[in-house]
Design a protein around this ligand. Sequence first.
Ligand SMILES: Cc1cc2nc3c(=O)[nH]c(=O)nc-3n(C[C@H](O)[C@H](O)[C@H](O)COP(=O)(O)OP(=O)(O)OC[C@H]3O[C@@H](n4cnc5c(N)ncnc54)[C@H](O)[C@@H]3O)c2cc1C
Length: 372
Amino acid sequence: MTTAEFDTAIVGGGLVGAAIAYGMRALGDALVVLDEGDRAHRAARGNFGLIWVQGKGLGMPSYGAWTQRSAGEWPRLAADLREQTGIDVALRQPGGVHLCMSERELDARRAHLQALATQPGFARCDVEVLDRAALAKRLPGLGDAVVGGTRCALDGDCNPLQLLRALHMALHAAHCQYRPGTAVDAIEPIGDRFLLRTRDEVVAARRVVLAAGLANARLAPQVGLAAPVRANKGQIIVLERVQPFLPMPIETLRQTDDGTVMIGDSQQDADDEALDPAVLAAMAKRAVAAFPGLAGMRVIRAWAALRVMSPDGFPIYAQSRAHPGAFVATCHSGVTLAAVHAHVLAPAFAAGEVPEACADFTPERFDVRAAA
Ligand SMILES: Cc1cc2nc3c(=O)[nH]c(=O)nc-3n(C[C@H](O)[C@H](O)[C@H](O)COP(=O)(O)OP(=O)(O)OC[C@H]3O[C@@H](n4cnc5c(N)ncnc54)[C@H](O)[C@@H]3O)c2cc1C
């Protein structure tokens, strides 16, 4: 079996691995991305495409700040990707809306935002609470069932498949190595480097970044790290292409840059990718209540995909104490966080550190909770 030598090996070429690799692309052919490919679960290919800030960070204010920072970094990421690859990732940040279909939902939303904003250390983020009349002015075609909602100017969306493609094209242009169809079966820390065993070869690297989504749970302990992630199923319905009618994304409904309409995204504690008709029917019913005009549109496809969820829902970023040079990165909002992964996390990992802004995201927080 042959051994190939690299400075850095990234395990996983989904949105997290590709964004980190993109941020390290100056390494050129000393960087390799090992990606299992189509047999693996790939949230990066089945997601909703939102860049979403509002409502995030309850219980961990630093997550709110990290998300806001990423939304602020996104225009630079999109512009750089366009310049380097010619790909337009269809970034829009016109603000986004969370709809409430009853007074009870609106009260619960207000209470959530209030609790979030009053946490010590929470970075200020303006979210407007809008009544039905104010929302209807911004969202033509809004159904009578909507009683109000909240809007944050930082929210937006993009074309997540184009994002993944652009990141990979930029890696290719920088001469980084990408190995699809290459599952890492085992990792052995040996001296100051790591041996990554795949079916066909052994890859040696001075630094390894685990960005293998759900597979991080199995790989991380091999380098003295923990990533206790589990699957959370989300389902999405896509409607036919229509004239633009939604000027901004809604948390569960958006019109893509090519005119199709996406309805999403459910959350279930499940690790299968089967479609669940009862869940799809409930999603469609709520969407039609919000925008009755959707009732006449044809469904063109639907799918389920698995989110990568940590026990508290916040990201995990860490460097191994036992084996410095081994890093882990995982989160459930890899589209939103792509910009900080590329611009902040990757340079810090390349310098052998976890950024200060990520100090709260180590997996040791789960040990404290388990012991408490
Ligand atoms: C339904 C749904 C909707 C979502 N909506 C949004 C949204 O609106 N906004 C947002 O920000 N995020 C959203 N997400 C989350 C986002 O898609 C994920 O955060 C992101 O894709 C996670 O990327 P990842 O690279 O960690 O994991 P994945 O995309 O799962 O990629 C993991 C990669 O690792 C590879 N791999 C696995 N095992 C190995 C191994 N042993 N060796 C080598 N490679 C391996 C796989 O081939 C895969 O390419 C959504 C997710 C889902 C499922």
